[in-house]
Design a binder for this molecule. Structure first.
Ligand SMILES: Cc1ncc(C[n+]2csc(CCOP(=O)(O)OP(=O)(O)O)c2C)c(N)n1
Ligand SMILES: [Mg+2]
Length: 892
């Protein structure tokens, strides 16, 4: 049979089947259609036909034209407004790069996303004046020029602000490159530009909002969490890593808008495939409501005439690389390559000119389609929604970059390019001025500005806007906590670990009348590791649906309890998810006007090292709360070996400016630090957070030496003074931290046999000491004629006598950092290198941080000073059973 005949036959068959279906659709109910299709499928299967698996729907809009609602806004005014936003977004990048070559910024991302944002600004985003309904919005980071440009039209930013885009250090400040609440605390709410973090944070944010509601800390509302992301961004494992949680938790308050311009930085996202279909399958597969917004209204009529589904099939068979090509080619090319694949398709567009074919738009640039997609998203119940909107990267840039592979980095435009863009969007800038790329704002009182203002007013005011309404705690509260913590200051002979002490503190805080309900314990399936299981029963594990089963340990007093108003966030094995919950809780003071006090306790090795970028984003977002690195210390966590033993988290913590990190040894130190944290963050209102390592080694907890609190907070205090110091031949100052402080105390006793009287200091935070030292140095450098400041380390150690030795369970770089302020040489012992599975004693021998090595380090320092002879040290090495030729742990 000739191809034409085969086509004709298939056409007739298809027609007949469709007619039958139409008949059923018109006469029967919808369920009959499903039954029919089911029957067909069963028959085909029993005849041996294996239907290929697909979790996809056809490559067309999810919402057919027949189900659309009309656009509620003034299309023409909105088009003009959007054009002005487009222009200013482009102009600010072009001008910034003319002034300072290489300053950067992005044009083409916002150019592709303008309609996605403008429809939301005019009809959906609810601002802070909407109270509990105010939306929380994660803007795609490098679309920021568009968000600034709109704020300029709204009168929230002025020309100088736009001129100072990416020039934040100019007089009067400037606009940050990307959304950074740290830099623009009244504007941006959520840092987003490290790709992949914001989708995951948005999911846990939406989940946390429900947690607050279910716990009665926030009234039920219609608040939405919107996350705008790029299609390329979805390659980041974090971006899709938690989408099943969103479906499981039925987060119908969550909307992802994925700007599917089919391109990322280097080129197409899936040149050989279809990113939209891939994403649809993934999201549908886990139960999201997927709304594809692929084709503009111009296609409606064609699709209506597509009786046999030829067009839909053709749409679905083109790979993204080819679609991208269509963007840069003309109508004749489209006619030949897209429509020309089948004479019947070609016939469908015979009446259209090449120019008409070129003007068939994609869905993400059509306000009607986008509006309907958002409406479906906001009306979704029981499911989160993802809008997959097809757009064109660099839309409107024409030759300067529309759809081209170079477009992501296009920052410069010549006069011709600017004229093209101006003409394309009808921006009223004269030929005379165009080369300068002036900013454009219509006159005050113009229809455009009035419309924008009215729309935003009706929707709760400007967006984005960060406002802190939460009330700080009364100082009496922190005083009350100090009283509750009294037992920790007293000490106890009963052996305990700092982890156990922490859990006791947390239990007390949870019971506290003032702050108990605001405490949010967060664990990534590690509560039993830390001995926190008693909290399961005490405050319950949060579950949005309560507990549908009788737990296996129901007969036990402390059984596993899930509850709708449960307080613990037991996140399962996801440090990324847990930190996202911690961020949602730690920024609730801005998002929801309530100070939550989150405690996220995790295996310390899987904290900064694994999820460091989230912690960085948390700092940017001015997050407050406590991070607890559990089972910490390279030689303190016995047995677990190389991947688990943490000797570096404090080094990594130092890099986060707002993070105060502590390595406490004793209960009273921990109590002092937690108390200080509550006071600083929730009474004084400081934008900082605390990282505290806690260990599982058990030992007696001493009473707090008098007047130590200030030193504990600053990072160093004298734990005890050598007895008979005056009579001793030699003097030493020994610094220890965490559990290694106990080794230092042992060494202190052993050194007496060598005629050395040593004082012992507890170094609770080398990071704080380092910061203080540098702050003093800097001030002194810049104020040479004024009274010079003394770094705290110097203040502590300058007047002391003897050699200085410091030992820590972390890298030697920790104590090394403060050596310049000690005033004399300092010997440092630490745990550089890969961990080993062993017991503590062997580990401390291997890493050379036990009491014997501290003794040797001290004697060696005395040798350097000329106070003792080499043979004394050599004898000590032999006496203490140390093999001088053992492997160097730092490189073995
Ligand atoms: C974690 C991370 N890696 C890399 C980058 C650099 N980067 C910025 S934008 C971009 C491409 C973005 O493509 P897509 O997500 O598709 O966004 P589009 O601009 O196309 O909307 C890259 C690689 C980043 N910001 N964050
Ligand atoms: Mg993209």
């Amino acid at each position: 049979m000739a191809a034409d005949d085969a086509n004709a036959l298939e056409s007739i068959e298809t027609r007949e089947w469709l007619d039958s279906l139409d008949y059923v659709l018109e006469t029967g109910d919808k369920s009959r259609v499903f039954r029919l299709l089911d029957a067909l499928r069963t028959r085909a299967r029993s005849a041996g036909f294996r239907e290929p698996f697909s979790s996809n729907t056809p490559y067309i809009n999810t919402i057919p034209a027949t189900e659309q609602v009309p656009y509620p806004g003034d299309r023409e005014l909105e088009r003009r407004i959007k054009s002005f936003v487009r222009w200013n977004a482009l102009a600010m990048v072009v001008r910034a790069n003319r002034e300072s070559d290489g300053i950067g910024g992005h044009i083409s991302t916002y150019a592709s996303a303008a309609t996605l944002y403008e429809v939301a600004f005019n009809h959906f985003f609810r601002g802070k004046d909407a109270g509990n309904d105010a939306d929380l919005i994660y803007f795609q980071g490098h679309a920021s020029p568009g968000i600034y440009a709109r704020a300029f039209l709204e009168g929230r930013l002025d020309e100088q602000d736009l001129r100072n885009f990416r020039h934040e250090l100019r007089e009067g400040g400037g606009l940050s490159s990307y959304p950074h609440p740290w830099l623009m605390p009244d504007f941006w709410e959520y840092p987003t530009v490290s790709m992949g973090l914001s989708p995951l944070m948005a999911i846990y944010q939406a989940r946390f909002n429900k947690y607050l509601e279910n716990r009665g800390l926030k009234p039920a509302s219609d608040q939405k969490v919107w996350a705008f992301l790029g299609d390329g961004e979805t390659d980041e494992p974090e971006a899709l890593g938690a989408i099943s949680l969103a479906a499981r938790e039925k987060l119908d308050n969550l909307i992802f808008v994925i700007n599917c311009n089919l391109q990322r930085l280097d080129g197409p996202v899936r040149g050989n495939g279809q990113i939209i279909q891939e994403l649809e399958a993934v999201f549908r597969g886990v139960g999201w409501n997927v709304v594809k917004c692929l084709w503009g209204s111009e296609w409606d009529e064609l699709l209506q005439r597509d009786d046999e589904g030829l067009l839909v099939r053709r749409m679905g068979e083109i790979v993204d690389g080819e679609y991208q090509r269509y963007v840069v080619e003309d109508g004749a090319f489209l006619r030949k390559h897209f429509w020309g694949a089948d004479p019947r398709l070609e016939a469908m567009v015979k009446h259209l000119s090449d120019l008409d074919l070129k003007k068939l738009h994609v869905g993400g640039h059509d306000p009607v389609k986008v509006y309907n997609a958002y409406l479906a998203a906001t009306n979704s119940t029981g499911k989160p929604t993802v809008v997959l909107a097809r757009t064109i990267k660099g839309y409107g840039l024409g030759e300067a970059g529309e759809g081209k592979n170079i477009t992501h980095q296009q920052k410069k435009m010549n006069e011709g390019d600017l004229k093209h863009f101006r003409g394309r969007f009808g921006v009223p800038i004269s030929d005379k001025d165009i080369a300068d790329a002036p900013f454009y704002r219509p006159e005050e009182g113009s229809a455009e500005l009035k419309y924008m203002a009215e729309r935003r007013k009706g929707l709760g005011g400007a967006v984005p806007r960060r406002i802190v309404k939460a009330e700080l705690l009364d100082p009496k509260v922190s005083a009350g906590i100090a009283t509750e913590f009294e037992e920790f200051y007293k000490g106890s002979d009963r052996k305990a670990s700092t982890t156990l002490v922490f859990v006791k503190m947390l239990t007390k805080l949870l019971k506290d009348k003032e702050i108990g309900k605001f405490v949010v314990p967060i664990v990534p399936d590690e509560a039993r590791t830390f001995g926190m299981e008693s909290l399961f029963k005490q405050v319950g594990i949060y579950s949005s649906i309560g507990q549908l089963y009788e737990p296996v340990d129901i007969a036990q007093l402390l059984h596993y309890k899930e509850a709708k108003d449960g307080q613990i966030l037991e996140e399962g094995i996801t440090e990324a998810g847990s930190i996202a919950s911690w961020i949602a809780a730690g920024t609730a003071y801005a998002a929801h006007g309530v100070y939550m006090i989150p405690f996220f306790i995790f295996y310390s090795m899987f904290g900064f090292q694994r999820i460091g970028d989230f912690i960085w984003a948390a700092a940017d977002a001015r997050c407050r709360g406590f991070l607890l690195g559990g089972t910490a210390g390279r030689t303190t966590l016995a047995g677990e070996g190389l991947q688990h033993q943490d000797g570096q988290s404090h080094v990594l913590a130092l890099s986060v400016p707002t993070c105060k990190s502590y390595d406490p040894a004793y209960a009273y130190e921990l109590a002092t630090i937690v108390e200080d944290g509550i006071k600083r963050m929730y009474v004084n209102g400081e934008d900082c957070f605390y990282y505290i390592t806690v260990m599982n080694e058990q030992y007696a907890m001493p009473e707090m030496p008098a007047d130590s609190k200030a030193g504990i907070i600053k990072g160093l205090y004298r734990f005890n003074t050598a007895k008979d110091a005056k009579k001793a031949k030699h003097r030493a100052q020994l610094l220890g931290s965490g559990t290694i402080l106990n080794e230092v105390l042992k060494a202190q006793g052993m050194l007496a046999d060598y005629g050395v009287a040593a004082d012992v200091w507890s170094a609770t935070s080398y990071n704080e000491l380092y910061r203080d030292g540098h702050a003093a140095d800097r001030w002194n450098r810049l104020h040479p004629t004024e009274k010079q400041r003394v770094p705290y380390v110097t203040e502590c150690l300058a007047k002391t006598e003897g050699v200085v030795v410091a030992a820590s369970d972390y890298l030697k770089s920790q104590p090394d950092m403060i050596s310049r302020w000690v005033g004399r040489p300092m010997v440092t012992l630490g745990t550089d290198g890969f961990g080993r599975s062993e017991d503590r004693q062997s580990l401390r021998d291997f890493f050379e941080v036990d009491a014997r090595y501290i003794v040797i380090a001290t004697l060696s320092a005395l040798l350097q000073k000329g106070e003792i002879e080499a043979k004394v040290v050599a004898k000590a090495i032999a006496d203490l059973g140390i093999n001088p030729d053992k492997l160097n742990p730092a490189i073995s």
